[in-house]
Write a protein that binds this ligand. Sequence first.
Ligand code: SF4
Length: 709
Amino acid sequence: SPGATAPGDAVATHCPYCALQCAQTLTRTPDGRLPVEVDGRDFPTNRGGLCQKGWTSAEVLRASDRVTTPLIRTADGGFREAEWAEALDLVADRLTALQEAHGRDTVAVFGGGGLTNEKAYALGKFTRTVLRSPYIDYNGRFCMSSAAAASNRAFGMDRGLGFPLADLGGADAVLILGSNMGVTMPPFVQHLAGARERGGLVVVDPRETVTARLASDDQGIHLAPVPATDMVVLLALTHVVLAEGLADLHYLEERTHGFDAVRRSVASWWPERAETVCGIPADELRRTARLLAAASPSKGGRGAYVLTGRGVEQMTQGTACVTAAINLSLVLGLVGREGSGFGPVTGQGNGQGGREHGQKSDQLPGYRSISDPAARAHVAGVWGVEPDSLPGPGVPAVQLLASLGREGGPRALLVHGSNVVVSAPNADAVRASLSRLDLLVVCDMVPSETALLADVILPVTQWAEEDGTMTNLEGRVLRRRKAVDAPGRARSELWILGELARRLGVSEGFPDDPRTVFAELARASAGGVADYSGIDYDRLDAGEQIQWPCPSAAHPGTPRVFLERFPTPDGRARMTPVDHHAPHDDVRADAPTYLVTGRVLQHYQSGAQTRRVPELDAAQPAPFVEVHPLLAERIGLTEGEEAVLTTARGTATATVRLTESVRPDTVFMAFHWAGAGSANRLTNDATDPISGMPEFKVTAVAIAPARVP
Ligand code: SF4
């Protein structure tokens, strides 16, 4: 089969999971149980390291319940195997009939941040030119949308980290808000060594996470605020920097506008007032602000970085909170300066590329707005269609899922690379939404919880079975390379989209060769913010490590953005005043405890892949809830017993783990499991008004023993 290797051959590729995209070497085994052996490979981000997920990733290729042939729902509620032609004919006929009866908008598409750039691009093009529906969005809405919205507003661009990850090592200070990379992407931690040696690692997290412990003793500071008050911490830090004359006024004058409004907005957040809201002692806030200022270049330091993660982004004030982090970075004069900077730490494997190529409801390839007439004209030209034929913006993921099957909402949904009944907030409501559909088609490699609800499951290739590109958390474009054939009749989504397009009357424009798709993607991105037009497979295969924007074949790429100017109309960063508000579902008498959610080392996202890896499943087999001993004593919970958690959305049960790493007013659950212990049955689907990001990170919960007294 084209691209598959022979036994003993080694293939250079990257891990299937998170946005660090650690470099791997896959060596084809002769006839072992697993088709490849995995090894770490030296690369600027992982420097040869892999985490447990990366080392065991070959197991996913041969998951015992891998879907290897198309499956069609039967009258008795089961599935039967089908030929590709039958399954694709059925899907196309049903889509055609639904669109004839209810209009083009009756079909929606849900993509994923794990899809390759080529697939994300093809999915957006398929939705806009074949289905001609506005309704496409993806699970990256749950992951990075607040950070993206804040970065676009402030800088005119969102490239995750606007600098090589390795730059962190030279800084005196790194401030991390709401990210636990010590668990989610362990090889990242080596880049924090410099800041730790110099006592400058600052971690803001209500839990004493693995990452927070890196900042213990003389290596830094851990601030554990009341959940959902990170904004107050940021406002107070900015207040202290200004009040003590530690700001970089020259930088603010030269490179920003809007500073006066921000100065006024933080004036009332003196540390003693902030302490009453966030619980961090005023002296600790002052000490932290001074540490960051001393590290900044204007005060003679080696540099400082501010990094945000989902902990501050997945809130109804997520965009505002990231904006507060950006404002602090700008006040310190960090952004667009070599050796300093601001950046959100992307989560999903292709969370960055996934939001650049058109599977977001409001965007076209090149990270362009779908409402911009010039962008529509350019992309329509590449696609060979009239600009007026392209639909306008759709709606963000939470809104899209809630509208399914309702009056005027879509009646058919195609899902690619997402397990929404586990990963979306208010998961029981999402399950109910899917049940209202006339047609649910899921492309997946395993029978995920969402796939098991489908009318048709289409089996797809994954990771080591395909070629393509991914864009990592630094905006670096990486080659994913094929090492083995997929089992059975699994096919690439590029092929599936081409076959569906042909059946829906569009015979050209959907090649299944990733190299060809990438070349078109690059042309479509030309002139956009995320400009890939100078990148091609030959350059990547020759070993070039290119970070976008890269506008020509002679351009080396852009490791560090904003050094000269910001891509805003006047070249300056825009500062926007923001203020704190309480979470949408705040603690109260009948739900007196905060529930915060996150990940464990062994599992990735909804767990659809990692729960199928025996070593990972054995290490973290079931849902659990972390409870502080003081809270446990008060409500009568003991280690190892089952607890019932209830929020305004639903109920879940989980095994109690007692730990002092959570605050006594807070419990923690990981969100990797389905069923009775699914954390997202509890989480809140209220969204940020700018980004559409749901408030996964905090909700009010009641917790009690499950036992009958
Ligand atoms: Fe690296 Fe992330 Fe893969 Fe772990 S899961 S090996 S941190 S890319």
